[in-house]
Design a protein around this ligand. Sequence first.
Ligand SMILES: Nc1ncnc2c1ncn2[C@@H]1O[C@H](COP(=O)(O)OP(=O)(O)OP(=O)(O)O)[C@@H](O)[C@H]1O
Ligand SMILES: [Mg+2]
Length: 427
Amino acid sequence: MASIDMKNIVKKYGDGFPAVNDVSMDIADGEFMILVGPSGCGKSTLLRMIVGLEDITSGDMVIGGKKVNDKAPRDRNLSMVFQNYALYPHLSVFENIAFPLRLQKAPEDEVKRKVNEAADVLELHEHLQRKPANLSGGQRQRVAMGRAIVRAADAFLFDEPLSNLDAKLRGQMRTEIARLQRRLGITTVYVTHDQTEAMTLGDRVCVLRKGVIQQVASPRELYEQPVNLFVAGFIGSPPMNFLPATLKGNTLDTPFGPIELDDRRAKAVGDRDLVLVGIRPEYFEDASLVEETKKHVGSTFTARVDVTEWLGDSQYAYIPYEAPADVTAQLKELSRELDSDQLRTQAIVSIDSTSRIREGRESKFWLDSRKIHVFDPATGDNLTRDAEAGAELTRLASEDRAEQVEHARNSGLTVTGKHAASDDKAS
Ligand SMILES: Nc1ncnc2c1ncn2[C@@H]1O[C@H](COP(=O)(O)OP(=O)(O)OP(=O)(O)O)[C@@H](O)[C@H]1O
Ligand SMILES: [Mg+2]
Protein backbone atom coordinates (compact mmCIF):
# COMPACT_ATOMS: atom_id res chain seq x y z
CA MET A 1 0.00 0.00 0.00
CA ALA A 2 1.47 3.28 -1.06
CA SER A 3 0.82 6.61 -2.63
CA ILE A 4 2.44 7.42 -5.98
CA ASP A 5 3.62 10.98 -6.50
CA MET A 6 4.98 12.19 -9.80
CA LYS A 7 6.86 15.45 -9.99
CA ASN A 8 7.55 17.04 -13.38
CA ILE A 9 8.14 13.69 -15.06
CA VAL A 10 9.62 13.93 -18.57
CA LYS A 11 10.42 11.06 -20.93
CA LYS A 12 12.38 11.68 -24.09
CA TYR A 13 13.15 8.75 -26.35
CA GLY A 14 16.14 8.69 -28.68
CA ASP A 15 14.76 11.22 -31.15
CA GLY A 16 14.37 13.83 -28.39
CA PHE A 17 10.60 14.05 -28.72
CA PRO A 18 8.96 14.19 -25.28
CA ALA A 19 6.59 11.20 -25.11
CA VAL A 20 5.69 12.33 -21.58
CA ASN A 21 6.04 16.03 -20.94
CA ASP A 22 6.18 17.53 -17.44
CA VAL A 23 3.61 15.30 -15.78
CA SER A 24 2.87 16.01 -12.12
CA MET A 25 0.21 14.03 -10.31
CA ASP A 26 -0.41 12.68 -6.81
CA ILE A 27 -2.15 9.34 -6.57
CA ALA A 28 -3.44 8.71 -3.05
CA ASP A 29 -2.93 5.50 -1.10
CA GLY A 30 -5.72 3.12 -2.16
CA GLU A 31 -6.87 5.29 -5.03
CA PHE A 32 -7.93 3.94 -8.44
CA MET A 33 -6.41 6.22 -11.11
CA ILE A 34 -7.13 5.86 -14.80
CA LEU A 35 -4.83 7.09 -17.58
CA VAL A 36 -6.69 7.77 -20.85
CA GLY A 37 -5.99 9.50 -24.11
CA PRO A 38 -5.64 8.75 -27.83
CA SER A 39 -3.08 6.29 -29.16
CA GLY A 40 0.48 7.51 -28.71
CA CYS A 41 -0.28 10.08 -25.99
CA GLY A 42 2.16 8.46 -23.55
CA LYS A 43 -0.03 6.29 -21.32
CA SER A 44 2.08 3.14 -21.48
CA THR A 45 5.29 5.13 -21.21
CA LEU A 46 4.08 6.75 -17.99
CA LEU A 47 2.99 3.41 -16.54
CA ARG A 48 6.32 1.82 -17.44
CA MET A 49 8.17 4.62 -15.66
CA ILE A 50 6.13 3.96 -12.51
CA VAL A 51 7.07 0.26 -12.62
CA GLY A 52 10.68 0.97 -13.53
CA LEU A 53 10.71 -0.63 -16.98
CA GLU A 54 11.58 2.72 -18.56
CA ASP A 55 14.18 5.28 -17.46
CA ILE A 56 12.95 8.70 -16.38
CA THR A 57 14.58 11.54 -18.37
CA SER A 58 13.89 14.13 -15.67
CA GLY A 59 11.60 14.64 -12.70
CA ASP A 60 10.92 12.55 -9.59
CA MET A 61 8.93 9.37 -9.12
CA VAL A 62 8.04 9.01 -5.44
CA ILE A 63 6.36 5.83 -4.22
CA GLY A 64 5.30 5.49 -0.60
CA GLY A 65 7.26 8.63 0.22
CA LYS A 66 10.53 7.31 -1.26
CA LYS A 67 12.16 8.46 -4.47
CA VAL A 68 12.48 5.43 -6.74
CA ASN A 69 13.98 6.91 -9.94
CA ASP A 70 17.05 4.70 -9.72
CA LYS A 71 15.44 1.61 -8.22
CA ALA A 72 15.16 -1.54 -10.29
CA PRO A 73 11.62 -2.82 -10.97
CA ARG A 74 12.02 -5.69 -8.49
CA ASP A 75 12.89 -3.24 -5.70
CA ARG A 76 9.76 -1.15 -6.21
CA ASN A 77 7.35 -3.80 -4.92
CA LEU A 78 4.70 -3.05 -7.52
CA SER A 79 2.67 -5.55 -9.44
CA MET A 80 2.02 -5.15 -13.13
CA VAL A 81 -0.89 -7.20 -14.43
CA PHE A 82 -0.38 -7.79 -18.12
CA GLN A 83 -2.89 -8.46 -20.83
CA ASN A 84 -2.00 -12.17 -20.95
CA TYR A 85 -1.56 -12.48 -17.16
CA ALA A 86 1.73 -14.40 -17.57
CA LEU A 87 0.69 -17.52 -15.66
CA TYR A 88 2.84 -20.67 -15.64
CA PRO A 89 0.84 -23.32 -17.54
CA HIS A 90 2.55 -26.31 -15.88
CA LEU A 91 1.90 -25.07 -12.34
CA SER A 92 -1.37 -25.36 -10.40
CA VAL A 93 -3.31 -22.28 -9.43
CA PHE A 94 -1.96 -22.71 -5.89
CA GLU A 95 1.64 -22.72 -7.09
CA ASN A 96 1.03 -19.85 -9.50
CA ILE A 97 -0.18 -17.71 -6.62
CA ALA A 98 2.59 -18.99 -4.35
CA PHE A 99 5.30 -18.23 -6.90
CA PRO A 100 6.70 -15.00 -5.39
CA LEU A 101 6.80 -16.67 -1.95
CA ARG A 102 8.69 -19.67 -3.35
CA LEU A 103 11.24 -17.25 -4.81
CA GLN A 104 11.65 -15.77 -1.34
CA LYS A 105 12.02 -19.30 0.04
CA ALA A 106 9.21 -18.64 2.48
CA PRO A 107 8.45 -21.48 4.95
CA GLU A 108 5.71 -23.91 3.89
CA ASP A 109 3.17 -22.89 6.55
CA GLU A 110 3.51 -19.22 5.60
CA VAL A 111 3.01 -20.08 1.92
CA LYS A 112 -0.13 -22.07 2.76
CA ARG A 113 -1.53 -19.35 4.97
CA LYS A 114 -0.96 -16.54 2.49
CA VAL A 115 -2.21 -18.40 -0.57
CA ASN A 116 -5.33 -19.43 1.35
CA GLU A 117 -5.97 -15.86 2.45
CA ALA A 118 -5.62 -14.64 -1.13
CA ALA A 119 -7.88 -17.45 -2.38
CA ASP A 120 -10.50 -16.34 0.19
CA VAL A 121 -10.57 -12.83 -1.11
CA LEU A 122 -10.51 -13.92 -4.73
CA GLU A 123 -12.95 -16.81 -4.35
CA LEU A 124 -10.51 -19.21 -5.92
CA HIS A 125 -10.57 -22.02 -3.33
CA GLU A 126 -12.24 -24.62 -5.48
CA HIS A 127 -9.75 -24.01 -8.30
CA LEU A 128 -6.48 -24.18 -6.36
CA GLN A 129 -5.45 -27.58 -7.72
CA ARG A 130 -6.36 -26.84 -11.36
CA LYS A 131 -4.07 -25.67 -14.15
CA PRO A 132 -4.47 -22.19 -15.70
CA ALA A 133 -5.42 -23.65 -19.09
CA ASN A 134 -8.68 -24.94 -17.57
CA LEU A 135 -9.73 -21.58 -16.16
CA SER A 136 -11.92 -18.85 -17.61
CA GLY A 137 -10.37 -15.51 -18.49
CA GLY A 138 -11.80 -13.95 -15.35
CA GLN A 139 -10.44 -16.71 -13.12
CA ARG A 140 -7.01 -16.37 -14.73
CA GLN A 141 -7.02 -12.70 -14.01
CA ARG A 142 -7.84 -13.40 -10.38
CA VAL A 143 -4.90 -15.78 -10.17
CA ALA A 144 -2.62 -13.04 -11.51
CA MET A 145 -4.01 -10.68 -8.90
CA GLY A 146 -3.56 -13.36 -6.21
CA ARG A 147 0.11 -13.40 -6.99
CA ALA A 148 0.23 -9.67 -6.41
CA ILE A 149 -1.67 -10.05 -3.14
CA VAL A 150 0.61 -12.66 -1.54
CA ARG A 151 3.63 -10.51 -2.06
CA ALA A 152 1.76 -7.53 -0.61
CA ALA A 153 2.47 -5.34 -3.62
CA ASP A 154 2.20 -1.63 -2.89
CA ALA A 155 0.25 -0.99 -6.07
CA PHE A 156 -1.38 -2.69 -9.04
CA LEU A 157 -0.61 -1.44 -12.51
CA PHE A 158 -2.68 -2.45 -15.50
CA ASP A 159 -1.98 -1.65 -19.17
CA GLU A 160 -5.19 -2.18 -21.19
CA PRO A 161 -5.76 -5.58 -19.57
CA LEU A 162 -9.09 -6.19 -21.29
CA SER A 163 -8.38 -4.92 -24.78
CA ASN A 164 -8.27 -8.34 -26.47
CA LEU A 165 -11.44 -9.73 -24.92
CA ASP A 166 -14.87 -9.79 -26.51
CA ALA A 167 -17.45 -7.23 -25.38
CA LYS A 168 -19.32 -9.51 -22.99
CA LEU A 169 -16.28 -10.83 -21.16
CA ARG A 170 -14.88 -7.33 -21.06
CA GLY A 171 -17.94 -6.16 -19.18
CA GLN A 172 -17.69 -9.02 -16.67
CA MET A 173 -13.98 -8.48 -16.08
CA ARG A 174 -14.48 -4.77 -15.66
CA THR A 175 -16.94 -5.37 -12.85
CA GLU A 176 -14.59 -7.95 -11.34
CA ILE A 177 -11.63 -5.57 -11.29
CA ALA A 178 -13.75 -2.81 -9.77
CA ARG A 179 -15.03 -5.14 -7.03
CA LEU A 180 -11.59 -6.51 -6.18
CA GLN A 181 -9.91 -3.15 -6.12
CA ARG A 182 -12.53 -1.82 -3.71
CA ARG A 183 -12.16 -4.88 -1.50
CA LEU A 184 -8.39 -4.86 -1.45
CA GLY A 185 -7.97 -1.12 -1.22
CA ILE A 186 -4.71 -1.33 -3.20
CA THR A 187 -3.48 1.74 -5.07
CA THR A 188 -4.16 1.09 -8.76
CA VAL A 189 -3.10 2.77 -11.98
CA TYR A 190 -4.99 1.55 -15.03
CA VAL A 191 -4.35 2.46 -18.65
CA THR A 192 -7.18 2.28 -21.14
CA HIS A 193 -8.60 4.05 -24.13
CA ASP A 194 -12.04 2.65 -23.45
CA GLN A 195 -14.54 5.33 -22.38
CA THR A 196 -16.63 2.97 -20.29
CA GLU A 197 -13.68 1.57 -18.39
CA ALA A 198 -12.39 5.05 -17.68
CA MET A 199 -15.72 6.35 -16.44
CA THR A 200 -16.79 3.34 -14.38
CA LEU A 201 -13.54 2.19 -12.78
CA GLY A 202 -11.69 5.32 -11.83
CA ASP A 203 -11.87 7.37 -8.68
CA ARG A 204 -10.12 9.92 -10.82
CA VAL A 205 -9.23 9.96 -14.50
CA CYS A 206 -6.14 11.60 -15.98
CA VAL A 207 -6.63 12.72 -19.59
CA LEU A 208 -3.38 12.91 -21.57
CA ARG A 209 -2.75 14.55 -24.92
CA LYS A 210 0.64 14.30 -26.63
CA GLY A 211 2.35 13.56 -23.32
CA VAL A 212 0.77 16.50 -21.50
CA ILE A 213 -1.88 16.25 -18.77
CA GLN A 214 -5.07 18.04 -19.76
CA GLN A 215 -7.16 17.38 -16.66
CA VAL A 216 -7.15 15.06 -13.64
CA ALA A 217 -10.57 14.78 -12.02
CA SER A 218 -13.42 12.48 -11.07
CA PRO A 219 -15.37 11.11 -14.05
CA ARG A 220 -18.28 13.41 -13.21
CA GLU A 221 -16.14 16.50 -13.11
CA LEU A 222 -14.57 15.62 -16.48
CA TYR A 223 -18.04 15.18 -17.93
CA GLU A 224 -19.71 18.25 -16.42
CA GLN A 225 -16.80 20.68 -16.23
CA PRO A 226 -14.16 19.83 -18.84
CA VAL A 227 -11.22 22.26 -19.02
CA ASN A 228 -11.00 22.38 -22.80
CA LEU A 229 -12.32 21.21 -26.18
CA PHE A 230 -10.08 18.16 -26.12
CA VAL A 231 -11.41 16.78 -22.82
CA ALA A 232 -14.97 17.78 -23.70
CA GLY A 233 -14.72 15.94 -27.01
CA PHE A 234 -12.92 12.92 -25.59
CA ILE A 235 -15.21 12.16 -22.65
CA GLY A 236 -18.75 11.15 -23.52
CA SER A 237 -20.28 8.88 -26.15
CA PRO A 238 -21.80 9.91 -28.48
CA PRO A 239 -19.56 12.94 -28.14
CA MET A 240 -20.37 16.53 -27.32
CA ASN A 241 -21.52 18.67 -30.29
CA PHE A 242 -19.62 21.86 -31.06
CA LEU A 243 -21.55 24.63 -32.83
CA PRO A 244 -20.02 27.88 -34.11
CA ALA A 245 -21.66 30.95 -32.55
CA THR A 246 -21.36 34.63 -31.80
CA LEU A 247 -22.41 36.26 -28.54
CA LYS A 248 -24.50 39.45 -28.37
CA GLY A 249 -25.41 40.50 -24.85
CA ASN A 250 -26.44 37.24 -23.19
CA THR A 251 -27.59 35.62 -26.41
CA LEU A 252 -25.59 33.15 -28.48
CA ASP A 253 -26.43 33.22 -32.16
CA THR A 254 -26.05 29.59 -33.34
CA PRO A 255 -27.07 27.50 -36.38
CA PHE A 256 -29.85 26.19 -34.11
CA GLY A 257 -31.19 29.63 -33.30
CA PRO A 258 -30.61 31.88 -30.29
CA ILE A 259 -29.45 30.36 -26.98
CA GLU A 260 -29.60 32.40 -23.77
CA LEU A 261 -26.68 32.29 -21.33
CA ASP A 262 -26.93 33.23 -17.68
CA ASP A 263 -24.96 36.28 -16.54
CA ARG A 264 -22.04 34.28 -15.14
CA ARG A 265 -21.39 32.45 -18.39
CA ALA A 266 -22.07 35.46 -20.63
CA LYS A 267 -19.60 37.53 -18.61
CA ALA A 268 -17.00 34.74 -18.76
CA VAL A 269 -17.25 34.62 -22.55
CA GLY A 270 -17.02 38.41 -22.86
CA ASP A 271 -16.46 40.16 -26.14
CA ARG A 272 -15.39 37.70 -28.85
CA ASP A 273 -16.03 37.31 -32.57
CA LEU A 274 -16.52 33.59 -32.80
CA VAL A 275 -16.93 30.87 -30.17
CA LEU A 276 -17.75 27.16 -30.11
CA VAL A 277 -20.78 26.09 -28.11
CA GLY A 278 -20.54 22.61 -26.59
CA ILE A 279 -23.86 20.78 -26.28
CA ARG A 280 -24.10 17.13 -25.24
CA PRO A 281 -26.59 14.95 -27.19
CA GLU A 282 -28.77 14.43 -24.10
CA TYR A 283 -29.36 18.17 -23.62
CA PHE A 284 -31.69 17.99 -26.64
CA GLU A 285 -35.24 16.67 -26.81
CA ASP A 286 -38.14 16.42 -29.21
CA ALA A 287 -39.90 19.73 -28.39
CA SER A 288 -43.34 18.10 -28.47
CA LEU A 289 -42.31 15.83 -25.57
CA VAL A 290 -41.03 18.58 -23.27
CA GLU A 291 -43.36 19.78 -20.50
CA GLU A 292 -44.45 23.40 -20.83
CA THR A 293 -43.17 24.19 -17.31
CA LYS A 294 -39.67 23.14 -18.30
CA LYS A 295 -39.47 24.84 -21.69
CA HIS A 296 -38.31 28.20 -20.38
CA VAL A 297 -34.92 26.83 -19.20
CA GLY A 298 -33.99 26.13 -22.79
CA SER A 299 -34.73 27.16 -26.35
CA THR A 300 -36.76 25.70 -29.20
CA PHE A 301 -35.66 25.50 -32.81
CA THR A 302 -36.69 23.87 -36.08
CA ALA A 303 -34.32 21.71 -38.12
CA ARG A 304 -34.34 19.08 -40.80
CA VAL A 305 -33.14 15.67 -39.66
CA ASP A 306 -30.74 13.71 -41.85
CA VAL A 307 -30.91 10.30 -40.18
CA THR A 308 -32.58 8.83 -37.12
CA GLU A 309 -31.39 5.74 -35.24
CA TRP A 310 -33.84 3.96 -32.99
CA LEU A 311 -32.13 1.77 -30.37
CA GLY A 312 -35.07 0.58 -28.32
CA ASP A 313 -34.34 2.43 -25.09
CA SER A 314 -33.12 5.57 -26.84
CA GLN A 315 -33.10 7.31 -30.20
CA TYR A 316 -30.57 9.51 -31.98
CA ALA A 317 -31.19 12.10 -34.66
CA TYR A 318 -28.47 13.60 -36.86
CA ILE A 319 -28.88 17.25 -37.80
CA PRO A 320 -26.46 18.80 -40.30
CA TYR A 321 -25.54 22.47 -39.92
CA GLU A 322 -23.45 25.10 -41.69
CA ALA A 323 -20.15 26.26 -40.24
CA PRO A 324 -17.44 28.64 -41.50
CA ALA A 325 -14.61 26.84 -43.32
CA ASP A 326 -11.98 27.50 -40.64
CA VAL A 327 -14.25 26.12 -37.90
CA THR A 328 -14.97 23.03 -39.99
CA ALA A 329 -11.26 22.50 -40.53
CA GLN A 330 -10.54 22.86 -36.83
CA LEU A 331 -13.29 20.44 -35.82
CA LYS A 332 -12.02 17.93 -38.38
CA GLU A 333 -8.56 18.17 -36.88
CA LEU A 334 -10.02 17.62 -33.40
CA SER A 335 -11.90 14.53 -34.61
CA ARG A 336 -8.77 13.15 -36.15
CA GLU A 337 -6.80 13.69 -32.97
CA LEU A 338 -9.51 12.07 -30.87
CA ASP A 339 -9.47 8.98 -33.12
CA SER A 340 -13.13 9.68 -33.78
CA ASP A 341 -14.86 9.20 -37.10
CA GLN A 342 -17.59 11.61 -36.08
CA LEU A 343 -18.49 14.14 -38.75
CA ARG A 344 -18.36 17.33 -36.76
CA THR A 345 -20.68 19.46 -38.84
CA GLN A 346 -23.69 17.43 -37.93
CA ALA A 347 -25.13 17.44 -34.45
CA ILE A 348 -26.01 14.17 -32.73
CA VAL A 349 -29.13 14.66 -30.74
CA SER A 350 -30.61 12.20 -28.25
CA ILE A 351 -34.40 12.18 -28.23
CA ASP A 352 -36.95 10.04 -26.42
CA SER A 353 -37.42 6.60 -27.97
CA THR A 354 -41.13 7.33 -28.41
CA SER A 355 -40.44 10.46 -30.50
CA ARG A 356 -42.04 10.45 -33.98
CA ILE A 357 -39.35 12.69 -35.43
CA ARG A 358 -38.18 11.06 -38.68
CA GLU A 359 -35.51 11.73 -41.29
CA GLY A 360 -36.21 14.23 -44.04
CA ARG A 361 -38.80 16.15 -42.01
CA GLU A 362 -38.64 19.61 -40.55
CA SER A 363 -38.99 19.00 -36.81
CA LYS A 364 -39.10 21.03 -33.63
CA PHE A 365 -36.38 20.44 -31.06
CA TRP A 366 -35.80 21.81 -27.60
CA LEU A 367 -32.39 22.23 -26.01
CA ASP A 368 -31.55 22.69 -22.36
CA SER A 369 -29.21 25.67 -22.13
CA ARG A 370 -28.30 25.25 -18.46
CA LYS A 371 -25.35 22.92 -18.90
CA ILE A 372 -23.82 24.07 -22.18
CA HIS A 373 -20.23 25.27 -22.27
CA VAL A 374 -18.60 27.86 -24.49
CA PHE A 375 -15.09 27.31 -25.87
CA ASP A 376 -12.47 29.61 -27.35
CA PRO A 377 -11.89 28.18 -30.86
CA ALA A 378 -8.28 29.40 -30.95
CA THR A 379 -6.99 27.99 -27.64
CA GLY A 380 -9.66 25.36 -27.01
CA ASP A 381 -10.14 26.69 -23.46
CA ASN A 382 -13.51 26.22 -21.81
CA LEU A 383 -14.52 29.82 -21.08
CA THR A 384 -17.56 28.94 -18.98
CA ARG A 385 -16.08 26.22 -16.78
CA ASP A 386 -17.25 26.51 -13.17
CA ALA A 387 -14.13 25.37 -11.29
CA GLU A 388 -15.88 25.38 -7.91
CA ALA A 389 -18.77 23.24 -9.09
CA GLY A 390 -16.22 20.87 -10.65
CA ALA A 391 -14.13 20.59 -7.50
CA GLU A 392 -17.30 19.85 -5.54
CA LEU A 393 -18.08 16.89 -7.85
CA THR A 394 -14.63 15.44 -7.28
CA ARG A 395 -14.92 16.03 -3.53
CA LEU A 396 -18.24 14.13 -3.45
CA ALA A 397 -16.64 11.27 -5.41
CA SER A 398 -13.80 10.98 -2.91
CA GLU A 399 -16.33 10.99 -0.05
CA ASP A 400 -18.25 8.12 -1.66
CA ARG A 401 -15.00 6.31 -2.15
CA ALA A 402 -13.92 6.68 1.49
CA GLU A 403 -17.27 5.25 2.54
CA GLN A 404 -16.81 2.21 0.29
CA VAL A 405 -13.31 1.54 1.58
CA GLU A 406 -14.53 1.87 5.16
CA HIS A 407 -17.31 -0.59 4.41
CA ALA A 408 -14.90 -3.08 2.82
CA ARG A 409 -12.52 -2.81 5.78
CA ASN A 410 -15.30 -3.32 8.31
CA SER A 411 -16.49 -6.41 6.53
CA GLY A 412 -12.99 -7.83 6.98
CA LEU A 413 -12.40 -8.44 3.32
CA THR A 414 -9.39 -6.29 2.66
CA VAL A 415 -5.91 -7.69 3.05
CA THR A 416 -4.59 -4.27 4.02
CA GLY A 417 -1.85 -4.55 6.56
CA LYS A 418 -2.23 -8.30 6.96
CA HIS A 419 0.79 -9.08 4.85
CA ALA A 420 2.71 -5.92 5.47
CA ALA A 421 5.48 -7.79 7.25
CA SER A 422 8.95 -6.67 6.22
CA ASP A 423 9.97 -10.13 4.99
CA ASP A 424 7.57 -9.68 2.08
CA LYS A 425 9.18 -6.66 0.62
CA ALA A 426 11.55 -8.29 -1.83
CA SER A 427 10.08 -10.29 -4.64
N1 LIG B 1 10.90 2.63 -27.35
C1 LIG B 1 10.50 3.74 -27.94
N2 LIG B 1 11.34 4.50 -28.70
C2 LIG B 1 10.94 5.64 -29.29
N3 LIG B 1 9.71 6.16 -29.20
C3 LIG B 1 8.82 5.47 -28.45
C4 LIG B 1 9.15 4.24 -27.80
N4 LIG B 1 8.05 3.80 -27.13
C5 LIG B 1 7.08 4.71 -27.37
N5 LIG B 1 7.53 5.71 -28.16
C6 LIG B 1 6.76 6.90 -28.61
O1 LIG B 1 6.29 7.58 -27.47
C7 LIG B 1 4.96 8.03 -27.63
C8 LIG B 1 4.07 7.47 -26.54
O2 LIG B 1 3.97 6.06 -26.68
P1 LIG B 1 3.11 5.16 -25.69
O3 LIG B 1 3.37 3.75 -26.02
O4 LIG B 1 3.37 5.59 -24.30
O5 LIG B 1 1.63 5.58 -26.13
P2 LIG B 1 0.23 5.04 -25.58
O6 LIG B 1 -0.50 6.22 -25.07
O7 LIG B 1 0.42 3.89 -24.66
O8 LIG B 1 -0.48 4.58 -26.94
P3 LIG B 1 -1.43 3.29 -27.24
O9 LIG B 1 -2.81 3.70 -26.83
O10 LIG B 1 -1.33 3.18 -28.73
O11 LIG B 1 -0.88 2.12 -26.49
C9 LIG B 1 4.55 7.61 -29.04
O12 LIG B 1 4.71 8.71 -29.89
C10 LIG B 1 5.51 6.49 -29.36
O13 LIG B 1 5.75 6.43 -30.74
MG1 LIG C 1 -0.03 1.82 -24.75
